[in-house]
Design a protein around this ligand. Structure first.
Ligand SMILES: [Zn+2]
Ligand SMILES: [Zn+2]
Length: 220
């Protein structure tokens, strides 16, 4: 084992013993993230009532808004220490980026999912805190169809983020790499995990729209 392998393995062992409780099961975390998201998406869809005309624009607008939020959230608090969001910086820059580097991208075991997926409690808290006021605002300003389309698209985008990020950290011979275009997207995230590039490039995890728009797109 060379030095960098030894250092990563040491960090991973410490992280596992300090941050992953004995009861934690990686696949349960993955399934809960998926099932809760799909349930909200399903509930949002059945709340729709004869969507028409301009209301459909909510989908592309929410998609772009989510892409921007993903970009700024990642470029900002995840990579810069700012109070009171220091926990987000710690989790991302000091843990996720040390646990996984461009030379050590795949999970070592299924309990390592904890180093990639958002904690369920934090996700429910943030969606509740920021999502509910926007839902009320949109239904008051426009219509309940617009509010529910916002919820459906936003949660679908979140699940897309979690699935993609999870897949980027799967083994290189995993079946997901055969999905057309997926290897390219993974490569962008691989560059982001290069310690020399991480604070400057490839902040979009899903689709590099804002990275291209704001000049932070890096591909070899
Ligand atoms: Zn990552
Ligand atoms: Zn990052």
């Amino acid at each position: 084992m060379n030095n960098s392998n030894t250092a990563i393995e040491k960090f991973r062992q410490e992280f596992r013993s300090k941050n992953i409780p004995a009861y934690y099961i990686g696949w349960v975390h993955f399934m809960l993230t998926t099932v809760i998201s799909i349930t909200i998406i399903y509930f949002g869809i059945i709340m729709l009532d004869h969507v028409h005309g301009l209301q459909w624009l909510t989908i592309p607008l929410t998609f772009l808004y989510a892409n921007l939020a993903e970009y700024w959230g990642h470029k900002g608090p995840m990579h810069h220490l700012r109070k009171p969001l220091q926990m987000i910086y710690q989790r991302h820059s000091k843990e996720h980026h040390v646990f996984f580097t461009d030379k050590h991208m795949p999970f070592g075991e299924s309990r390592d999912y904890k180093a990639v997926l958002f904690p369920i409690s934090l996700t429910v808290f943030f969606f509740g805190l920021f999502g509910s006021p926007i839902w009320f605002l949109l239904s008051w300003l426009f219509s309940s169809n617009v509010a529910w389309l916002f919820v459906v698209t936003g949660v679908a985008y979140f699940l897309n983020y979690e699935w993609f990020h999870f897949a980027y950290h799967c083994a290189e011979d995993s079946w997901v790499m055969h999905i057309p275009g997926f290897k390219k997207l993974r490569r962008l995230h691989l560059h982001h995990h290069n310690q020399k590039l991480m604070a400057r490039y490839n902040f979009n995890i899903t689709y590099p729209i804002c990275d291209i728009l704001f000049g932070t797109y890096y591909k070899d």
